[in-house]
Design a protein around this ligand. Structure first.
Ligand code: NAD
Ligand code: UDP
Length: 305
């Protein structure tokens, strides 16, 4: 590449971040992976450590960082409910101070920045499917509030930096994403079910399993994230797969994919667990020409392998 960019990925050792690092290196860019290994290890990026264009920095984004970069993907934040609820104060610090520090870095360097937001900004939505214009239905004081509200703050702050300081910001509202490199102990539905099925243990469906989610395969999600950062769009954009499944349907699909004879066990539904979730992706389709290509069944097979 004639003009490789200096690209920083915070949370670069995590599930999504490591896939993003792979893709950026393959495109010929210099990649600075910043991570404090709060929910990850070097395992996801060990294959990149000898790459001449890859640099790993152990750093906590709640502290300022002075580096020279052209692009910032701010992904650092625990994403699985069990992880972001383990130390709820640290979760808010990571999202809030992390956003302040990364947006400040973007302001100083003139770097374009993508803030990883989430479908959780819609909370337990009473509009379905969720368009970007929907403001959401979040319980600020429930156990998910630390994640949801801090991500909402990240969006507000991104727009403030854009309006007040002309920072080139992109806000990606990511919906449930899955694929290889999700840790077996991640705690989210797909890794839980896959590991349980492979170990011949019961699949733990919370509630009656009628709640829905829309699962996007990681290659599709990363393609959308890359396209969004390079677009001229300002403001939030949904990136997710609009195919909607109940969690019980997901459990059966995992059993089918793995050929497992595990049983399904019902456990209590966690507090404030959203009843339904499906992205309206018409904005991403019209602005980026993006839509997911890999369906849940195909994605599960690839992840299982
Ligand atoms: P992950 O837990 O696998 O990765 C997060 C990474 O951030 C980890 O490597 C972790 O060690 C790092 N990190 C956490 N706190 C940090 C800190 N203070 N300083 C530096 N690094 C820190 O999660 P993921 O699924 O890869 O999610 C990545 C981002 O995407 C998160 O911001 C998450 O909120 C967002 N997101 C993910 C999904 C999804 O389904 N995967 C959905 C919506 C939003
Ligand atoms: N879930 C489940 N069993 C599990 C893990 C999760 O039934 O072992 C449910 C969870 O209650 C939620 C859905 O699956 O309704 C998706 O959960 P996940 O943690 O993957 O994502 P999120 O709730 O953040 O969308």
């Amino acid at each position: 590449m004639d003009n490789p960019l200096r690209v920083m990925v915070t949370g670069g050792a995590g599930f999504l971040g490591s896939h993003l690092c792979d893709r950026l290196l393959a495109a010929g860019h210099d990649v600075l992976c910043v991570d404090n290994f709060y929910t990850s290890t070097r395992r996801n990026i060990v294959h990149l450590l000898e790459h001449p264009n890859f640099e790993l920095m152990r750093h906590d984004v709640t502290f300022p960082l002075y580096v020279e970069v052209d692009r910032i993907y701010n992904l650092a934040c625990p994403a699985s409910p069990i992880h972001y609820q383990r130390d709820p104060v640290q979760t808010t610090k990571t999202s809030v101070h992390g956003a302040i520090n990364m947006l400040g870095l973007a302001k100083r360097t003139g770097a374009r920045i993508l803030q990883a937001s989430t479908s959780e900004v819609y909370g337990d939505p009473d509009v379905h499917p969720q368009p970007e214009s929907y403001w959401g239905h979040v319980n600020p004081v429930g156990p998910r509030g630390v994640y949801d509200e801090a991500k909402r703050f990240g969006e507000a702050l991104s727009m403030a930096y854009h309006h007040a300081h002309d920072v080139d910001v992109k806000i990606a509202r990511l919906f449930n994403t899955f694929g290889p490199f999700l840790r077996p102990a991640d705690g989210r539905a797909i890794p839980n079910f896959l590991v349980q099925a492979m170990d011949g243990k019961p699949l733990t469906v919370y509630g009656d399993g009628s709640q829905t989610r829309s699962f996007c395969y990681v290659d599709d999600e990363v393609r959308g994230i890359l396209a969004l950062l390079e677009s001229e769009w300002v403001g939030p954009m949904n990136l997710g797969n609009p195919d909607e499944f109940t969690i019980l349907e997901l459990a059966h699909l995992v059993l089918e994919t793995t050929g497992s004879s595990s049983k399904i066990e019902f456990e209590p539904l966690p507090t404030d667990d959203p009843v339904q979730r499906r992205p309206d992706i018409s904005l991403a389709e019209s602005v980026l020409g993006w839509r997911p290509e890999i369906d849940l069944s195909e994605g599960l097979s690839r992840t299982y392998e």
